[in-house]
Design a protein. Structure first.
Length: 199
């Protein structure tokens, strides 16, 4: 019997692909992710339009969150997500937080804390100025910036508001509340949810 892990994947795009708007790219990507033999999408948020972060760094993003079941380990899953980004035309030469055709972030996988609690805590507590200058050389789980990002937390709260961060214990809903009353400024969901792709 294959052991399946529960994962959270955030999707984002703010540049058009060859024949798709950013929102269209996300819809197409969801089908691609779901078609991979080791990944099944179990729930999807709506697609949200959100301002680029940091402010002024590019056009608005289309963002969504998917819950998945997978037989892949963390590194193999991340590699698979990067392959899908590359197939969509993602160019990583623009640096961090640049405009992009597609961004797939592995937010969490089961209750794994990687590489260890102390290292993850150090990245979570990194001052904002350092966040812009430094990038980790290895996979961190849960994603060290998830608690700072309404564009991850708002879609996540649509489908898993009671999911708890394995290091801090905070729920997705509480993390969104903790961002304050202006957290959703400029954000708006599209009025229809994407359908879960057929298996």
């Amino acid at each position: 019997m294959v052991n399946l892990s529960f994962g959270i994947v955030a999707l984002g795009a703010n540049l058009p692909s060859s024949a798709q708007s950013p929102a269209g790219t996300l819809r197409q990507t969801l089908g691609i992710v779901h078609s991979r033999p080791a990944i099944t999408i179990s729930a999807l948020s709506r697609i949200w339009w959100t301002p680029a972060v940091p402010a002024g760094s590019g056009p608005d993003f289309a963002n969504a969150v998917a819950l998945i079941r997978t037989s892949l380990g963390p590194e193999a899953l991340l590699s698979c997500l990067h392959e899908i980004e590359a197939e969509a035309g993602r160019d990583r030469s623009g640096g961090r937080w640049s405009a992009r055709v597609l961004d797939l972030d592995l937010i969490a996988l089961d209750d794994r804390v990687l590489p260890d609690a102390a290292t993850l805590r150090g990245w979570i507590d990194l001052p904002p100025a350092e966040q812009a200058r430094r990038a980790p050389a290895h996979l961190l789980l849960p994603h060290p910036r998830m608690q700072d990002r309404a564009f991850v937390l708002a879609p996540l709260c649509e489908i898993a508001p009671f999911w708890r961060h394995p290091l801090t214990g905070a729920s997705a809903a509480q993390m969104l509340v903790d961002l304050g009353p202006d957290a959703l400024a400029g954000m708006r969901p599209l009025p229809w949810p994407p359908a879960v792709p057929a298996a």
